[in-house]
Design a protein around this ligand. Sequence first.
Ligand code: GTP
Ligand code: MG
Ligand code: ZN
Length: 326
Amino acid sequence: MSKKKNTPEKAVPAVEFKGLVTRTTGTFCSVKDAEGKITECTFKGKLRIDKDLRSTNPVAVGDEVKFVMNEKEDTGVVVSVLPRKNYILRKAIAHARKVHILCANVDQVVLIYTLKSPRTSAGFANRFLMIAEAYSIPVVIIINKIDLLTTEEELEYLQEVKSEYESIAYPVYCVSALDSGYKETLMKVFEGKISFLGGHSGSGKSSILNLLRPDLNIRTQVISNYNDKGMHTTTFTEMHPLLDDAYVIDAPGIKEMGLVDFDKNEIAHYFPEMRNRMHLCKFNNCTHIHEPNCAIIDAVKNGEIPFSRYDSYVKIFLNQESEQEE
Ligand SMILES: Nc1nc2c(ncn2[C@@H]2O[C@H](COP(=O)(O)OP(=O)(O)OP(=O)(O)O)[C@@H](O)[C@H]2O)c(=O)[nH]1
Ligand SMILES: [Mg+2]
Ligand SMILES: [Zn+2]
C-alpha cells in the first residue's frame, strides 16, 4: 500500500476586502465595505500586539482595514490596518504603559463642554485641546446646555469661557441640544467632515446627534441627581452618518484625559497662545515656569493668556495628577 504523502494542501489565499471601521466593542468591530455592507469582524491575533503602539485596542473607529470572510459565516477577520492619516491617543485606564486609540482618520475633534450638569473642568478641556494640537487635528468647542445657565453670574461665566477660548483662536459655539433652533449652527460645524465627539459622560454628545438626526434615536440618559455626573450611557464608539459628506463619531464619555508621555519641552508648543509668544522669552530654553523675562508669564500677568490655560500648562509640565471630571 502506498503511503499517502502527508503534504499539507496548499492554502488558497483568502480574498481580502477593504472597509471602514464604524463601530468597536472590546472584541468585535463593524466594518463597512465600499457597497455599504457591514460585516462584524474579530481581529487577527497578531494585530493585537502592535510593537510600535502599545494600544489596548488594535483597531479604532475611523480605521481603514483589510478583512477576510470566515468560511460559511457572514463574519470576518481584520487582517491589517491601513496607515492612519491621524489618530488620537490617551493613556489607557487600567494599563499604565499602554495607550488607547480614541479614533483614527478624522478631520476634526469636537469638544462638548458643559459649565454645569456636569461641569467640565478647565484641566480636562485643556488636556483634550492639547492632545488635538499634538496630533495636528483641528478642534471646535461646543458649549452645550446653555439653557441651564440662567443667573447673571452664570451667563457672565459663559461669556468669559467663550472669549477665553476664542482668544486662543478656537471656534466656540454655545448651544442647547434640546433646542432645535441650534440645528443649523450645529449642522455647519459638522458638514463635509468626519468629526469625533469628546467630552464627559452626560455632556450631551449623543443628544447633539439626536437633534441633528432624530432618526438615529441614540440612547441618552438623565444625569445622576446624586453627583451631577453622566451615567456612561454610550458604551461603544460608533460612527454615524449625518449628511452624505459628514460622519460623526459618538463615543463613551471620557472621565480623564490621561496624557501619553510628552517631552516636557514639547508641551508649550501644543498651547497655541504660548507657541505664538515663546520666541519672545529671554532664554530660548525657557520653561515658562520661573525664568525672568518670560513672555508667557508676562502675558499671563497682563491678562493676554487666560490663567486657567497657564495653570493647566504648569500642572502638565510638573506631571501633576490629571484633572478628572469634577
Ligand atoms: N437641559 C439640557 N439637557 C441636555 C442638553 N443636552 C443633553 N441634555 C441631557 O443630558 C443628559 C445626558 O445626555 P447624553 O446625550 O446622554 O450625554 P452623553 O454625552 O452622550 O453621555 P455618555 O453617553 O454617558 O457619554 C440627557 O438627559 C439629555 O437629555 C441640553 O442642551 N440642555
Ligand atoms: Mg452618549
Ligand atoms: Zn518663557
